[in-house]
Ligand binder design. Structure first.
Ligand SMILES: Nc1nc(=O)c2c([nH]1)NC[C@@H]1CN(c3ccc(C(=O)N[C@@H](CCC(=O)O)C(=O)O)cc3)CN21
Ligand SMILES: CC(C)C(=O)C(=O)O
Length: 424
């Protein structure tokens, strides 16, 4: 999708589930969902594709959480995430989602200094991050900042219970409210933030009974238990770092990391086996007339570069390759590189359009009984057609069977190494 193109609209199924599908949700819509006892779906996003997916799935609130510092930027905690980094991700998410309310997470150190600091940061999130609201951590300690933002017209989501930005003081991502005093602190924190005007409050990692009491006490939507990190929900990250940070409260709905891993391993295996790239994925055509004109030009360029003196050493011809039309060309490879796989279907070119024809004929087996000559400095320029040449890396001189058998497994010519001492 081109930059600036609006994201695709939700498909009919998602539309049906969405209360107001045609415009961005506001805190008023969230409030209405809460008062009508409609569950609110909240998920993080960190970039354009995750934002599009959340939008298409009908998410109500997309949080650009500072957890992106861990799941996207690979940090051990969220504490090093900067305002600039958050805004960068907020903009990408804003570009990819049309309907959800966007909430930007104020990062550690950007609001604790007081109302002025909080206001300066939150204003940047609205102006530069294109979010509709901000979230900040902390209960009573952050209440003054929350009310300053709300007075200034900025919607604020609170966050109490486990507050990951406090990891160094707390000594880990520890659940909150697990004793009477801790539970009381969670309740007091939630009330302070609600009284300060927060439109919703994240209640993270607290025992369900404590969460229930908090929900009873405050009159704003509690976002506990239903705000999950995109990468956790999808099981995107299966490496040890992520295994260590994926919280136990997260339900995993897919194993995308395994899917990604299998796909990338298969891709690498294909490349190493010479199975990709392949003609099926090189659909680009050049007309026969244009091609021969171009080849003449390329030969001229190559000759000029060889003759010019002081030029770079020319590529050497390693072998003859064949394309699907029966046309072929000498393959030109940098010195020290070699080897060619022959394309599917086709015949050997009767006479490659090569200035170093002798070398090529030897490579085609016309030298009779002699191994191919050593690498020469001849050459006529790299062929431009992917279907003609599949290179692999090796260090030996390589040539191709003079006569190609019927296509087998998509590969025609055999490839042999002179070092093996085996005639093809
Ligand atoms: N991938 C990811 N998902 C998150 O939900 C998330 C992050 N990262 N990073 C920022 C914060 C940190 N969060 C976390 C991370 C770990 C636990 C966790 O493992 N808690 C353990 C207790 C660990 C302890 O006692 O030290 C638990 O049992 O819930 C909880 C919340 C939530 N946020
Ligand atoms: C886990 C949620 C609540 C969050 O704060 C984040 O994604 O940073």
């Amino acid at each position: 999708m081109a930059e600036g193109t609006p994201p695709p609209r939700p498909p009919p199924a998602a539309k049906a589930a969405a209360p107001t599908p045609t415009r961005r949700l506001t805190v008023t819509d969230i409030r209405r969902l809460y008062t009508t006892r409609t569950p609110i779906v909240m998920l993080t996003a960190a970039d354009y594709p995750s934002a599009v997916h959340g939008d298409l799935a009908g998410v109500d609130i997309t949080l650009i959480g500072d957890s992106l510092g861990m799941v996207v930027l690979g940090r051990p905690t969220t504490q090093t995430v900067t305002v600039g980094e958050m805004l960068h991700h907020c903009r990408a998410v804003a570009a990819g989602s049309a309907r959800p309310l966007l909430v930007g997470d104020l990062p550690f150190g950007s609001y604790e200094g007081g109302a002025d600091a909080a206001l300066a940061t939150a204003t940047r999130f609205i102006k530069e991050g294109s979010v509709g609201a901000v979230k900040l951590e902390g209960g009573r300690r952050s209440a003054a900042a929350v009310s300053a933002l709300v007075r200034a017209g900025i919607a604020v989501m609170g966050h109490v219970g486990l507050t990951p930005q406090s990891v160094s003081a707390v000594g880990g991502f520890r659940p909150a409210g697990r004793d009477a005093a801790g539970a009381a602190a969670v309740l007091d924190d939630a009330l302070a933030v609600a009284d300060a005007g927060a439109f919703a409050i994240v209640l993270e990692c607290v025992p369900p009974a404590v969460a229930a009491a908090v929900v009873d006490a405050v009159d704003v939507p509690p976002m506990g238990g239903q705000v999950l990190v995109y990468h956790d929900v999808l099981g995107m990250l299966t490496h040890p770092h992520h295994a260590a940070v994926a919280p136990r409260f997260c339900k995993r709905y897919a194993d995308v990391g395994d899917v990604v891993h299998r796909a990338l391993v298969a891709y690498g295996a294909d490349v190493r086996a010479g199975a990709f790239p392949s003609p099926a994925y090189a659909p680009y055509k050049i007309g026969a007339g244009a091609l021969s004109e171009f080849r003449a030009y390329a030969a001229k360029v190559a000759a000029a570069r060889r003759g010019g003196g002081g030029d770079r050493p020319a590529a050497r011809i390693e072998c003859v390759v064949v394309d699907g039309n029966g046309a072929g060309a000498a393959a030109h490879l940098p010195r020290g590189r070699c080897a060619v796989r022959v394309a599917r279907r086709g015949r050997m070119l009767p006479r490659p359009p090569s200035a170093a024809g002798a070398r090529v004929r030897a490579a085609r087996g016309e030298g009779q009984g002699r191994p191919p000559p050593p690498p020469s400095r001849g050459g006529m320029g790299r062929t431009s057609e992917p279907e003609e040449l599949w290179r692999t890396r090796c260090t030996a001189v390589t040539w191709v069977r003079p006569r190609c058998p019927r296509p087998r497994g998509g590969v025609l010519g055999g490839v042999r190494h002179a070092r093996d001492g085996v005639r093809p």
